[in-house]
Design a protein. Structure first.
Ligand code: SF4
Ligand code: SF4
Ligand code: SF4
Length: 249
């Protein structure tokens, strides 16, 4: 019997789910090995009977927290899917400000008191609410990595997720380091896996795949030192996707 897979979205732009829809030929292979039973962005049907739950988005309200716990109670395997789910992502930028001022900025003078839809708390990554079995990183997730992880899960294998710095991928591509052009880049402390797409396109990495488990290794420090920076400098620039800096798996 094929594993039943469900996709769920929380606070997100749904760009990671769109990557699933965009899998093109690979989607045909995946349909052969899993039954997708719930996927709001692509189908009308919905079932609460699933084995693997993919969670897109961060957790922003008490009602989201409750829903996520119910999903965890049903799923045999739960996968955090995209930067919002894995580390809080763009949504967590609001955590840098008092919640009242954030609400005021978004809703102005609208009457939002005692309405659970507006009962927001500081944004949380998924694993701050429930146990996460696997993480697929990035903003958005990488399609090839996504297809590989789904295939590994179906085969009962632990998906291989990289835990080495982005600089390794970048150097393999023989890119000119953006530091040489006077730009800043979080490559020395960011987990590889995207193919160093931003530096390849002459833009510094913003760290959407999250920090390495242990960014304090000689290779990374050497790159930073070369450009007159310390590990603390680099970490303090980890703002765009910064809320939850590292994850353990
Ligand atoms: S990780 Fe990026 S692409 Fe994915 S849902 Fe969040 S904001 Fe959208
Ligand atoms: S610092 Fe950035 S641009 Fe430089 S090698 Fe590392 S990933 Fe590439
Ligand atoms: S280079 Fe950095 S910011 Fe760009 S996709 Fe890769 S991890 Fe994300």
């Amino acid at each position: 019997m094929k594993p039943r897979v469900a996709f769920f979205d929380f606070a997100s732009c749904e760009g990671c789910q769109l990557q699933v829809v965009n899998l093109e030929e690979a989607v045909i292979d995946l349909v052969g090995i899993v039954d997708v039973v719930s996927f709001r962005e692509a189908m009308k049907e919905h079932s609460n009977d699933y084995d693997i739950a993919f969670i897109e988005g961060s957790i922003a309200r008490p009602m989201d927290e409750k829903r996520l716990k119910e999903i965890r109670g049903q799923a045999r395997i739960l996968v955090a899917f995209g930067a919002c789910a894995c580390i809080g992502g763009i949504n967590a930028l609001r955590n840098q400000f008092p919640m009242n001022s954030v609400k005021k900025r978004v809703y102005g003078d609208a009457d939002i008191e005692n309405n659970p839809y507006f009962e927001a708390f500081p944004t949380k990554a998924v694993d701050e609410v429930v146990k996460v079995d696997y993480y697929i990183r990035g903003c958005p997730v990488d399609r090839d990595e996504l297809a590989k992880v789904i295939t590994s899960l179906v085969l009962g294998k632990k998906p291989e997720i990289s835990n080495y710095p982005l600089c390794v991928e970048c150097k393999k591509k023989e890119n000119v380091c953006v530091f040489e052009e006077g730009e800043f880049c979080l490559g020395p402390v960011t987990r590889a896996g995207c193919g160093a797409i931003c530096p390849t396109n002459k833009s510094g990495c913003e760290g959407c795949r999250g920090l390495l488990d242990d960014p304090n290794t000689n290779a990374e420090l050497e790159v930073l030192r070369k450009y007159g920076l310390t590990l603390e400098n680099a970490l303090s620039r980890f703002k765009m996707f910064c809320y939850k800096r590292g994850v353990s798996k």
